[in-house]
Each structure stands twice: as C-alpha cells, then as structure tokens.
Ligand binder design. Structure first.
Ligand code: GCU
Length: 429
C-alpha cells in the first residue's frame, strides 16, 4: 500500500485506511444511471430529461452537496474598466457583484478580460481562483482580494492579500493564451463567497441567505460550501450574460481541485453553462467514491466537513450504501461537453476513478446520440481522448497548467466555436 505523507496521519484515524494501491480497490457496482427509482429503464433522451435527471439531481442535492436556495437578483457595479488592457489586447472589467442585490451583503469581485481581436461576442471561461484575482495575473491594475484568506502562503498577512501575492498564480491562469485563442476569461476569489474553513459560513453567503444567519443549525440536506461557491459562479454567469462582448450562451465553467468539484456541481445545477471542466477534482468531484482509492469519503468529510451537506458524512466507510456515485454527476452535464482531467502524480484524486466516471456517464450521452469518451480503456499519460466527454492524464503533480488549458481550449473550440466545429473530426454537437 502506498500512502502520501499528508494523508498518512489522517488515515490512521479512519476505520478503513487510505489506500493508493489498485490491488485494494474493492469489488463495487455503480448505481445504474439509466434505471429510474421505480426500477424502470430510461431509454430516451426525453425520458432522461423529464424523469431520470431530476431524480439524480435530487440525490446529489439531498445527500451530497445539499440544497441550493432559489437565486436572488444580483446588483453588479463596474468599478474599473479599460478597453486597452494588457497592451491593447483585451478589455478588462473589474466588477463587484453583490450576490443578494444589497451593498451591505456578500459580494464577489469579478475580473473579466475579453479579447479585443474577436469581432462580436467571444466565448468565455469562468472559474473561481484560490488566492485572489491579483494572483492570476501580473497586471498591476487588478485589485487585491479584500476578503479573508488563510495565512500560511507567502504574501498573506493578517488574513489578507498583499502586493506580494500579485501574479503568484500565473502558471494556473495563462490569460494571454486564452485571449489569443479568442476566449474571454473571468475569475473571482472563492473566499469572497465563503471563507474556506469550518466556521467560514458564518461570515459568508450561507449565513447571509439563512433567516437564522450565523445562528443557523444546519439540517442533513442543507447546502455546504461547494454549494455556496457554485451559487457564486452562477451569479457571475448572470453578469457575464449581460455583456456585449461575451457570448453568454458559450460560457465554460472551470475549476481545479476543490474548485473542480465546485465547477461540476455548478455545471450540473446551472444548465446555462455550455461546457464543464473538472481539473483534478478527485473525491467529491469526478472520482468514483466506491473505488476507495486515494482520498475517501470518510477522510474528506472529516477534513472538510463544511464542503458538503451535513448528512453526507453518514456514508463514511459506507460508500456502497450511497444512493448515487460520481459518474452520475458527469451525466448531469449531458448533453453538454464535459472535460475531466487527471495528473499522474495525483493519486490522492484517483486519476483512474476520474476517468471511470466519464465511462459511467457515457450511456447518458448515448441517449442524445453522442459519443462520450469513445473508449473504456484508461489512456496513457499525455494522450487526450474523448468526444463529448474529454479526458487526459497529464504527466505531473496535482495542479492546473498550460498543458491542461491547451486541451480545454481545443475542446471548447471543437464544441463551441462554429468554424472549428465544422472542421473538427469530432464535430458531434
Ligand atoms: C485536499 C483535499 C482534496 C481537494 C484538494 C484541493 O487535498 O483532500 O479533496 O481537492 O485539497 O482542493 O486542493
């Protein structure tokens, strides 16, 4: 058995030790995605949309991520705009989005770059970032994040970002490359929506949307932080859809790691997202939890209890009783294109389990006449595969890199950009 250093300590506390050895994957049967709760088969796209999809949504809501409240109208204020940003290549907007329509309520500072060379409306990528918008670019005009951030990373002092954090996440956000390929890019700091710690909800969106505020006693199926962050993404999309230079019907939602779990849940709930990208999302994201490979349900609900509906933890070490598995989360994206990526050294996230989720979602894409991954064989590293479901296994560690973005851009070009779609060998939508 192989154990990563960070999980070793935690695994000792769990009933079943963490394993990163394929030999320890138990025999498992996935919940059949195309069998309705009454036992009847689901045979058509219409039956999926009308009958089965709502059931699967309900399972993820009631058991995994919790129930998202009905959306409130946003109030968006453009605080800065420059049509000649980045040496004239882009139009930059910095926008404060008041999530509940009130200036004294929770807000998100959204950074948007749209490519000036694109005539008309550009397709876009929208994703949350870990360290503030200022970390995603060296652009000195981008404002520092204003909300709580854990201390520990260099440049965060007294739980706030300082100038020293500017551009520290450039490798994860190849903004020039995205713009050059004709896509807009929009990003916001996830901590604006809710600080990422167990008590973070008290000063975040969830308390603000609860009648009991910071006194709320959460029920088993109430929403967790992933739900709140996803809600924030949808409100950013509300705003992007108002822009004259962005095609609001061609916005891909993207996220890495915990924010990859978030992009999947956002894409599942909000079908206005035209494409969904999960980068190294792992347990509670793309990975099949029944494989018990790498991070387990018990470990994630112990280390990060606030991410999920409170009741999710009752399935710790009981994955086989969970009425759903994560291939069904990918299926909720159908028929929209969905890309899942893994990394060879990211065993904690169970790369093979992430791939197999895509395999498991395939039958739902088939109902729409679409090919999903087009293979059931886990591909070699650095060999992207897939039609309506994309997959690659990057060589390297847990991260999102230019290599990953290049593949997501190619996938988006193929599915969302008319000229590319007509030419590509996989033009199936
Ligand atoms: C931890 C956690 C993962 C998560 C990751 C991240 O490793 O166990 O589930 O995806 O953090 O968000 O970076």
């Amino acid at each position: 058995m192989l154990l990563c250093a960070t999980c070793l300590g935690a695994s000792l506390l769990l009933a079943r030790p963490i394993s990163e050895d394929e030999a320890n994957v138990p025999a498992y049967a996935l919940p059949p995605v195309l069998v309705a709760s009454d036992g009847s088969p689901v045979r058509s796209a219409e039956d999926w949309v009308q009958r089965r999809r709502p059931e699967v949504m309900e399972l993820f809501r009631s058991v995994v991520y919790g129930r998202t409240p009905a959306p409130a109208p946003i109030l968006a204020e453009v605080v800065e705009q420059d049509s000649q940003a980045l040496g004239g290549r882009a139009t930059r907007r910095q926008v404060t989005i008041y999530l509940l329509g009130r200036r004294d309520g929770p807000f998100v500072d959204l950074l948007v770059y749209s490519p000036n060379h694109v005539q008309g409306k550009a397709p876009a990528f929208l994703g949350l970032n870990f360290d503030g918008n200022q970390a995603t670019t060296a652009d000195p005009a981008v404002r520092l994040a204003r909300t709580w951030h854990a201390n520990g990373k260099p440049g965060f002092v007294n739980n706030r970002a300082t100038e020293a954090t500017r551009g520290t996440g450039l490798d994860r956000w190849p903004i020039d490359m995205i713009l050059a390929r004709g896509f807009a890019v929009a990003t916001a700091y996830y901590g604006d929506i809710e600080p990422d710690h167990a008590e973070g909800w008290k000063t975040g969106l969830r308390a603000a949307m609860s009648p009991q505020g910071a006194q709320t006693a959460w029920k088993q199926d109430d929403w967790g932080a992933i739900g709140a962050w996803s809600y924030g993404l949808s409100r950013c999309l509300d705003y992007l859809q108002t822009l004259p230079d962005i095609d609001g019907s061609k916005v891909s939602v993207i996220g890495h790691s915990r924010l990859g779990k978030t992009s999947l849940w956002a894409g599942a709930q909000d079908e206005r997202f035209a494409m969904v990208v999960s980068n190294d999302s792992g347990e509670g994201g793309a990975a099949l939890t029944r494989r018990c490979f790498g991070e387990s349900l018990a470990r994630i609900t112990t280390a990060f209890p606030h991410w999920f509906a409170p009741g999710y933890a009752r399935f710790a070490d009981r994955e086989h009783d969970l009425p759903v598995d994560f291939h069904e989360l990918i299926a909720l994206c159908a028929p929209r294109p969905c890309y899942i990526a893994s990394a060879t050294e990211d065993k904690w996230a169970d790369p093979k389990g992430e791939f197999l989720s895509g395999v498991g979602a395939g039958p739902v894409y088939s109902l729409f006449g679409l090919s999903g991954l087009g293979t059931e064989t886990w591909p070699a590293p650095a060999t992207p595969v897939g039609e309506s479901i994309g997959y690659h296994l990057r060589i390297g560690k847990h991260d999102i890199t230019e290599y990953d973005w290049d593949k997501y851009l190619a996938f988006a070009e193929r599915h969302l950009v008319a000229g590319h779609r007509a030419q590509g060998p996989s033009s199936i939508r």
